[in-house]
Design a binder for this molecule. Structure first.
Ligand code: NAP
Length: 327
Protein backbone atom coordinates (compact mmCIF):
# COMPACT_ATOMS: atom_id res chain seq x y z
CA UNK A 1 0.00 0.00 0.00
CA UNK A 2 1.21 3.48 -0.91
CA UNK A 3 2.23 5.48 2.18
CA UNK A 4 3.84 8.51 0.52
CA UNK A 5 2.90 10.61 -2.51
CA UNK A 6 4.98 12.75 -4.85
CA UNK A 7 4.20 16.34 -5.80
CA UNK A 8 5.90 19.47 -7.20
CA UNK A 9 5.85 22.22 -4.62
CA UNK A 10 6.95 25.81 -4.62
CA UNK A 11 8.63 27.02 -1.41
CA UNK A 12 9.64 30.45 -0.18
CA UNK A 13 12.87 30.04 1.77
CA UNK A 14 14.96 32.97 3.03
CA UNK A 15 13.36 35.26 0.45
CA UNK A 16 13.97 32.84 -2.45
CA UNK A 17 11.16 31.12 -4.32
CA UNK A 18 12.06 27.59 -5.40
CA UNK A 19 10.16 24.73 -6.94
CA UNK A 20 11.04 21.05 -6.47
CA UNK A 21 9.59 17.57 -6.30
CA UNK A 22 8.97 16.25 -2.76
CA UNK A 23 7.43 13.24 -1.02
CA UNK A 24 4.86 13.60 1.76
CA UNK A 25 2.92 11.08 3.86
CA UNK A 26 -0.40 10.14 2.25
CA UNK A 27 -2.05 10.00 5.68
CA UNK A 28 -2.01 13.81 5.90
CA UNK A 29 -4.42 13.91 2.95
CA UNK A 30 -6.63 11.07 4.16
CA UNK A 31 -7.18 13.02 7.38
CA UNK A 32 -7.68 16.38 5.63
CA UNK A 33 -11.37 15.84 4.78
CA UNK A 34 -13.02 17.06 1.58
CA UNK A 35 -12.77 14.85 -1.49
CA UNK A 36 -9.59 12.81 -1.86
CA UNK A 37 -8.67 12.44 -5.53
CA UNK A 38 -6.17 10.01 -7.02
CA UNK A 39 -4.48 12.10 -9.71
CA UNK A 40 -4.31 10.55 -13.18
CA UNK A 41 -3.51 13.46 -15.54
CA UNK A 42 -2.45 17.07 -15.13
CA UNK A 43 -1.87 19.22 -18.22
CA UNK A 44 1.02 21.68 -18.07
CA UNK A 45 0.06 25.29 -18.76
CA UNK A 46 2.08 28.42 -19.54
CA UNK A 47 1.09 29.78 -16.12
CA UNK A 48 2.63 26.72 -14.42
CA UNK A 49 5.93 27.42 -16.15
CA UNK A 50 5.77 31.05 -14.93
CA UNK A 51 5.13 29.80 -11.38
CA UNK A 52 7.74 27.05 -11.29
CA UNK A 53 10.47 29.19 -12.83
CA UNK A 54 9.50 32.17 -10.63
CA UNK A 55 8.88 34.44 -13.63
CA UNK A 56 5.72 35.98 -12.13
CA UNK A 57 4.26 36.39 -8.66
CA UNK A 58 1.46 33.85 -8.97
CA UNK A 59 1.66 31.85 -5.74
CA UNK A 60 0.00 33.58 -2.78
CA UNK A 61 0.47 30.88 -0.15
CA UNK A 62 3.65 28.86 0.46
CA UNK A 63 4.37 26.00 0.25
CA UNK A 64 2.01 25.28 -2.62
CA UNK A 65 1.65 22.37 -5.04
CA UNK A 66 2.07 23.72 -8.58
CA UNK A 67 -0.31 22.96 -11.45
CA UNK A 68 -3.59 24.67 -12.32
CA UNK A 69 -5.57 21.54 -13.16
CA UNK A 70 -6.13 17.93 -12.18
CA UNK A 71 -8.05 15.01 -13.69
CA UNK A 72 -8.49 11.99 -11.47
CA UNK A 73 -10.67 9.47 -9.67
CA UNK A 74 -12.38 10.04 -6.34
CA UNK A 75 -10.91 7.77 -3.64
CA UNK A 76 -12.93 8.95 -0.62
CA UNK A 77 -15.46 11.73 -0.09
CA UNK A 78 -17.15 13.41 2.85
CA UNK A 79 -19.66 15.03 0.46
CA UNK A 80 -22.72 13.13 -0.87
CA UNK A 81 -22.25 14.64 -4.37
CA UNK A 82 -19.16 12.47 -4.97
CA UNK A 83 -18.48 8.77 -4.44
CA UNK A 84 -15.38 6.59 -4.78
CA UNK A 85 -14.72 5.84 -8.44
CA UNK A 86 -16.19 9.09 -9.85
CA UNK A 87 -14.07 10.66 -12.63
CA UNK A 88 -13.53 14.35 -11.86
CA UNK A 89 -11.73 17.43 -13.09
CA UNK A 90 -10.61 20.42 -11.04
CA UNK A 91 -9.26 23.76 -12.29
CA UNK A 92 -9.45 27.39 -11.22
CA UNK A 93 -10.59 28.49 -7.74
CA UNK A 94 -6.97 29.46 -7.07
CA UNK A 95 -5.50 25.99 -7.77
CA UNK A 96 -1.72 26.18 -8.01
CA UNK A 97 -1.68 29.77 -6.65
CA UNK A 98 -3.77 30.30 -3.50
CA UNK A 99 -4.22 26.59 -2.87
CA UNK A 100 -2.62 23.32 -3.87
CA UNK A 101 -2.62 22.36 -7.54
CA UNK A 102 -2.45 19.34 -9.80
CA UNK A 103 1.18 18.18 -10.14
CA UNK A 104 0.63 15.56 -7.46
CA UNK A 105 -0.24 11.90 -7.21
CA UNK A 106 -2.99 12.70 -4.68
CA UNK A 107 -4.95 15.83 -3.75
CA UNK A 108 -7.69 16.68 -1.30
CA UNK A 109 -10.15 19.30 -2.58
CA UNK A 110 -13.48 20.83 -1.52
CA UNK A 111 -16.43 19.23 -3.38
CA UNK A 112 -17.46 22.71 -4.59
CA UNK A 113 -14.35 22.83 -6.79
CA UNK A 114 -14.93 19.55 -8.62
CA UNK A 115 -16.74 18.89 -11.89
CA UNK A 116 -17.82 15.35 -12.67
CA UNK A 117 -16.40 14.48 -16.10
CA UNK A 118 -19.39 14.19 -18.46
CA UNK A 119 -20.13 10.71 -19.86
CA UNK A 120 -19.20 11.86 -23.40
CA UNK A 121 -15.53 12.15 -22.44
CA UNK A 122 -12.99 9.53 -21.40
CA UNK A 123 -10.58 10.29 -18.55
CA UNK A 124 -7.82 10.47 -21.14
CA UNK A 125 -9.69 12.99 -23.32
CA UNK A 126 -10.49 15.14 -20.27
CA UNK A 127 -6.80 15.03 -19.34
CA UNK A 128 -5.74 16.41 -22.72
CA UNK A 129 -8.51 19.03 -22.78
CA UNK A 130 -8.01 20.33 -19.22
CA UNK A 131 -8.04 24.04 -18.53
CA UNK A 132 -6.65 24.76 -22.02
CA UNK A 133 -9.61 23.13 -23.75
CA UNK A 134 -11.99 24.67 -21.24
CA UNK A 135 -10.60 28.13 -22.08
CA UNK A 136 -10.86 27.41 -25.81
CA UNK A 137 -14.49 26.30 -25.45
CA UNK A 138 -15.33 29.30 -23.24
CA UNK A 139 -13.86 31.62 -25.87
CA UNK A 140 -15.80 29.95 -28.71
CA UNK A 141 -19.01 29.99 -26.66
CA UNK A 142 -18.56 33.72 -25.89
CA UNK A 143 -17.92 34.50 -29.58
CA UNK A 144 -21.06 32.58 -30.57
CA UNK A 145 -23.16 34.34 -27.91
CA UNK A 146 -21.92 37.59 -29.48
CA UNK A 147 -22.99 36.58 -32.98
CA UNK A 148 -20.20 34.48 -34.54
CA UNK A 149 -21.70 32.10 -37.11
CA UNK A 150 -20.17 29.89 -39.80
CA UNK A 151 -21.47 32.23 -42.54
CA UNK A 152 -19.63 35.26 -41.12
CA UNK A 153 -16.25 34.01 -42.40
CA UNK A 154 -12.85 32.70 -41.22
CA UNK A 155 -11.66 32.54 -37.62
CA UNK A 156 -8.00 33.26 -36.81
CA UNK A 157 -6.14 31.47 -34.00
CA UNK A 158 -2.75 32.91 -33.02
CA UNK A 159 0.05 31.25 -31.03
CA UNK A 160 -1.43 28.33 -32.95
CA UNK A 161 0.81 25.51 -31.73
CA UNK A 162 0.05 26.31 -28.05
CA UNK A 163 -2.18 24.32 -25.72
CA UNK A 164 -5.30 26.50 -25.80
CA UNK A 165 -4.82 27.29 -29.49
CA UNK A 166 -4.48 23.68 -30.71
CA UNK A 167 -7.67 22.72 -28.87
CA UNK A 168 -9.43 25.84 -30.22
CA UNK A 169 -8.44 24.86 -33.78
CA UNK A 170 -9.69 21.30 -33.24
CA UNK A 171 -13.02 22.50 -31.75
CA UNK A 172 -13.61 25.27 -34.31
CA UNK A 173 -12.79 23.03 -37.29
CA UNK A 174 -15.01 20.27 -35.87
CA UNK A 175 -17.86 22.78 -35.58
CA UNK A 176 -17.43 23.70 -39.27
CA UNK A 177 -15.52 27.01 -39.04
CA UNK A 178 -12.84 27.93 -41.58
CA UNK A 179 -9.81 28.17 -39.30
CA UNK A 180 -6.69 30.17 -40.11
CA UNK A 181 -3.78 29.34 -37.80
CA UNK A 182 -1.11 31.97 -37.10
CA UNK A 183 2.17 30.48 -35.85
CA UNK A 184 5.86 31.42 -35.71
CA UNK A 185 6.94 27.79 -35.99
CA UNK A 186 7.71 25.90 -39.20
CA UNK A 187 4.69 23.86 -40.33
CA UNK A 188 5.15 20.21 -39.28
CA UNK A 189 1.66 19.09 -40.31
CA UNK A 190 0.08 19.36 -36.85
CA UNK A 191 -2.08 22.41 -37.52
CA UNK A 192 -3.51 21.01 -40.75
CA UNK A 193 -4.15 17.66 -39.04
CA UNK A 194 -6.18 19.56 -36.44
CA UNK A 195 -8.29 21.13 -39.19
CA UNK A 196 -6.64 24.49 -39.97
CA UNK A 197 -7.49 25.53 -43.55
CA UNK A 198 -4.63 28.02 -43.85
CA UNK A 199 -1.42 28.65 -41.89
CA UNK A 200 0.10 32.14 -41.64
CA UNK A 201 3.34 33.53 -40.27
CA UNK A 202 3.02 36.60 -37.99
CA UNK A 203 2.93 39.52 -38.47
CA UNK A 204 1.60 39.84 -41.98
CA UNK A 205 0.37 43.42 -42.12
CA UNK A 206 1.73 46.94 -41.71
CA UNK A 207 0.99 49.39 -38.93
CA UNK A 208 -2.10 51.22 -40.23
CA UNK A 209 -4.93 51.52 -37.67
CA UNK A 210 -7.11 49.47 -40.04
CA UNK A 211 -5.69 46.87 -42.41
CA UNK A 212 -7.42 44.64 -44.97
CA UNK A 213 -10.38 43.05 -43.20
CA UNK A 214 -9.84 39.29 -42.97
CA UNK A 215 -11.32 37.59 -39.93
CA UNK A 216 -14.87 37.24 -38.63
CA UNK A 217 -13.57 35.85 -35.35
CA UNK A 218 -10.22 35.55 -33.60
CA UNK A 219 -8.85 33.62 -30.62
CA UNK A 220 -5.92 35.39 -28.96
CA UNK A 221 -3.35 33.59 -26.76
CA UNK A 222 -0.72 36.30 -27.03
CA UNK A 223 -1.81 39.84 -26.14
CA UNK A 224 0.63 42.66 -26.96
CA UNK A 225 1.38 43.45 -30.61
CA UNK A 226 -0.32 40.23 -31.76
CA UNK A 227 -3.68 41.27 -30.29
CA UNK A 228 -3.31 44.72 -31.86
CA UNK A 229 -2.62 42.98 -35.17
CA UNK A 230 -5.83 40.95 -34.87
CA UNK A 231 -7.93 44.00 -33.99
CA UNK A 232 -6.68 45.89 -37.06
CA UNK A 233 -7.49 42.98 -39.40
CA UNK A 234 -11.01 42.08 -38.22
CA UNK A 235 -13.96 42.25 -40.58
CA UNK A 236 -17.03 44.43 -39.90
CA UNK A 237 -18.53 43.35 -36.53
CA UNK A 238 -15.66 40.90 -36.02
CA UNK A 239 -15.30 39.29 -32.60
CA UNK A 240 -12.00 38.75 -30.77
CA UNK A 241 -11.76 36.53 -27.68
CA UNK A 242 -8.65 37.45 -25.66
CA UNK A 243 -7.40 35.33 -22.76
CA UNK A 244 -3.62 35.17 -23.08
CA UNK A 245 -0.47 37.15 -22.50
CA UNK A 246 2.23 34.83 -23.88
CA UNK A 247 3.66 37.80 -25.79
CA UNK A 248 3.06 40.46 -23.13
CA UNK A 249 0.61 42.23 -20.86
CA UNK A 250 0.50 45.47 -22.83
CA UNK A 251 -1.94 46.49 -25.54
CA UNK A 252 -1.05 49.49 -27.71
CA UNK A 253 -3.83 49.96 -30.23
CA UNK A 254 -6.37 52.52 -31.51
CA UNK A 255 -10.12 52.79 -31.11
CA UNK A 256 -10.70 52.72 -34.89
CA UNK A 257 -11.44 48.95 -35.15
CA UNK A 258 -14.11 49.44 -32.48
CA UNK A 259 -15.76 52.61 -33.75
CA UNK A 260 -15.42 52.13 -37.53
CA UNK A 261 -15.79 48.36 -37.88
CA UNK A 262 -17.80 47.57 -34.75
CA UNK A 263 -15.16 45.08 -33.63
CA UNK A 264 -15.88 43.50 -30.25
CA UNK A 265 -13.10 42.53 -27.87
CA UNK A 266 -14.20 39.88 -25.37
CA UNK A 267 -12.15 39.16 -22.25
CA UNK A 268 -12.09 35.49 -21.29
CA UNK A 269 -11.33 34.25 -17.78
CA UNK A 270 -11.46 30.50 -17.25
CA UNK A 271 -12.14 30.77 -13.52
CA UNK A 272 -15.88 30.55 -14.13
CA UNK A 273 -18.65 30.05 -11.58
CA UNK A 274 -19.87 26.45 -11.33
CA UNK A 275 -23.08 26.71 -13.43
CA UNK A 276 -21.13 28.12 -16.41
CA UNK A 277 -18.37 25.52 -15.85
CA UNK A 278 -20.89 22.69 -16.01
CA UNK A 279 -22.55 24.12 -19.15
CA UNK A 280 -19.20 24.54 -20.95
CA UNK A 281 -17.98 21.05 -19.96
CA UNK A 282 -21.30 19.77 -21.34
CA UNK A 283 -20.51 21.43 -24.68
CA UNK A 284 -16.94 20.06 -24.63
CA UNK A 285 -18.41 16.56 -24.29
CA UNK A 286 -20.91 17.11 -27.14
CA UNK A 287 -21.05 19.75 -29.91
CA UNK A 288 -17.59 21.22 -29.21
CA UNK A 289 -15.88 17.90 -28.53
CA UNK A 290 -12.33 17.96 -29.92
CA UNK A 291 -11.71 15.05 -32.28
CA UNK A 292 -7.93 14.88 -32.35
CA UNK A 293 -6.81 14.95 -28.71
CA UNK A 294 -4.34 12.11 -29.29
CA UNK A 295 -2.55 14.31 -31.87
CA UNK A 296 -2.32 17.18 -29.34
CA UNK A 297 -1.04 15.26 -26.27
CA UNK A 298 2.58 14.58 -25.37
CA UNK A 299 2.72 12.48 -22.20
CA UNK A 300 5.43 13.04 -19.62
CA UNK A 301 6.05 11.99 -16.01
CA UNK A 302 6.46 14.11 -12.88
CA UNK A 303 10.23 13.62 -13.24
CA UNK A 304 10.19 15.39 -16.64
CA UNK A 305 8.56 18.61 -15.47
CA UNK A 306 11.67 20.76 -15.15
CA UNK A 307 12.43 20.37 -18.86
CA UNK A 308 8.77 20.92 -19.80
CA UNK A 309 8.62 24.24 -17.88
CA UNK A 310 11.68 25.44 -19.81
CA UNK A 311 10.20 24.42 -23.17
CA UNK A 312 6.96 26.31 -22.47
CA UNK A 313 8.67 29.47 -21.22
CA UNK A 314 10.70 29.52 -24.44
CA UNK A 315 7.45 29.23 -26.47
CA UNK A 316 8.67 25.95 -27.96
CA UNK A 317 5.78 23.65 -27.02
CA UNK A 318 3.53 22.03 -29.62
CA UNK A 319 0.11 20.97 -28.39
CA UNK A 320 -0.06 20.00 -24.72
CA UNK A 321 2.31 18.29 -22.31
CA UNK A 322 0.22 16.02 -20.10
CA UNK A 323 1.70 14.64 -16.90
CA UNK A 324 0.63 11.01 -16.51
CA UNK A 325 0.62 10.93 -12.70
CA UNK A 326 0.73 7.12 -12.60
CA UNK A 327 4.21 7.06 -14.18
N1 NAP B 1 -7.44 33.97 -19.10
C1 NAP B 1 -7.46 32.70 -18.74
O1 NAP B 1 -8.30 32.26 -17.95
C2 NAP B 1 -6.43 31.78 -19.34
C3 NAP B 1 -6.64 30.39 -19.36
C4 NAP B 1 -5.69 29.58 -20.02
C5 NAP B 1 -4.56 30.16 -20.59
N2 NAP B 1 -4.38 31.51 -20.49
C6 NAP B 1 -3.23 32.17 -21.12
O2 NAP B 1 -3.30 31.89 -22.52
C7 NAP B 1 -1.98 31.89 -23.07
C8 NAP B 1 -1.75 30.57 -23.82
O3 NAP B 1 -1.70 29.52 -22.86
P1 NAP B 1 -1.18 28.07 -23.28
O4 NAP B 1 -1.23 27.23 -22.07
O5 NAP B 1 -1.88 27.66 -24.54
O6 NAP B 1 0.35 28.41 -23.63
P2 NAP B 1 1.42 27.58 -24.49
O7 NAP B 1 0.98 26.18 -24.65
O8 NAP B 1 2.73 27.89 -23.90
O9 NAP B 1 1.29 28.25 -25.95
C9 NAP B 1 1.54 29.59 -26.21
C10 NAP B 1 1.90 29.73 -27.70
O10 NAP B 1 2.08 31.12 -27.96
C11 NAP B 1 3.16 31.32 -28.87
N3 NAP B 1 4.18 32.11 -28.13
C12 NAP B 1 4.77 31.82 -26.94
N4 NAP B 1 5.62 32.78 -26.57
C13 NAP B 1 5.55 33.73 -27.53
C14 NAP B 1 6.20 34.99 -27.71
N5 NAP B 1 7.09 35.45 -26.83
N6 NAP B 1 5.91 35.69 -28.79
C15 NAP B 1 5.01 35.24 -29.69
N7 NAP B 1 4.37 34.04 -29.57
C16 NAP B 1 4.64 33.31 -28.50
C17 NAP B 1 3.65 29.95 -29.28
O11 NAP B 1 2.90 29.57 -30.43
P3 NAP B 1 3.53 29.67 -31.95
O12 NAP B 1 4.98 29.34 -31.80
O13 NAP B 1 2.73 28.66 -32.69
O14 NAP B 1 3.31 31.05 -32.44
C18 NAP B 1 3.23 29.09 -28.09
O15 NAP B 1 3.08 27.74 -28.46
C19 NAP B 1 -1.03 32.12 -21.89
O16 NAP B 1 -0.72 33.50 -21.79
C20 NAP B 1 -1.86 31.68 -20.70
O17 NAP B 1 -1.42 32.27 -19.49
C21 NAP B 1 -5.29 32.32 -19.88
Amino acid sequence: MQTEYRSWRVFEEAGNVQCRQVKRPLDELRKAGGVLVRGVYSGVNFKDALTALNRAKIVRRFPCIVGIELVGIVEQSDDPRFSPGDPVIAHGFGMGAEGNGGFTEWLSLPADQLVRIPSGLTLEEAGVIGVAGYTAALAIDAMQVNGLTLERGPVAVNGATGGVATLAIDMLAGAGYEVHAISRKPDDGLLRDLGAREIHLPPETGKRPLETARWAGAVDSLGGAALDELLRTMRQDGIVAAFGNAMGNGLDTSVLPFILRGVRLLGINANSPMPLRERIWGRIASDLKPQRTSRIARYVGLDDLEQVFQTLIEGQGRGRFIVDLRR
